[in-house]
Design a protein around this ligand. Structure first.
Ligand code: CO
Length: 141
């Protein structure tokens, strides 16, 4: 079921400050414009790498789920990993059938395709995002 690693999510109190690390310290040359998803409470950019992406996320709005993470990790840190799946509903159903806690219903994520999150308590402490693989010509890579 599990497909490509699409991205690693990194929470930060400041995307602008984190961009400096990836651009100036690590030498990343391709970073997307900052965008926000109000309904998910995050602003984000993608640092494009040859084989994957880093998703930098910072809180957007007072009810952002990132506030709690940053309360525990004030400097930010690794927040989730995102794997591609062919069919988000089939993946959701399979995860549930195997006893995992799927958080919410499939919804449109930062790449414009459907995503769900799987609770870290069922994944050895790792918050997992499952994302439907963008069809050819679709998605914001
Ligand atoms: Co993500």
């Amino acid at each position: 079921m599990i497909g490509k690693l699409n991205h690693v999510g990194v929470a930060t109190p400041s995307i602008d400050e984190s961009i400096k690390l990836y651009r100036d310290l690590l030498g990343a040359t391709s970073i997307t414009e900052k965008r926000s998803m109000a309904e998910q409470g995050v602003s984000f950019v993608f640092v494009n790498l040859p084989n994957s992406q880093i998703e930098l996320i910072e809180p957007y709005g007072e009810n952002s789920p990132i506030h709690g993470f940053l309360a525990k990790n004030p400097k930010g840190g690794q927040h989730h990993v995102c794997f591609e799946v062919e069919d988000i509903y089939a993946a959701r159903d399979e995860m549930k059938a195997k006893g995992a806690t799927v958080l919410g219903e499939p919804r449109i994520g930062a790449h414009g395709t459907l995503i769900v999150f799987v609770h870290p308590k069922d994944m050895g402490g790792v918050l997992v995002e499952l994302m439907e693989t963008p069809k050819a010509g679709e998605g914001a890579h």
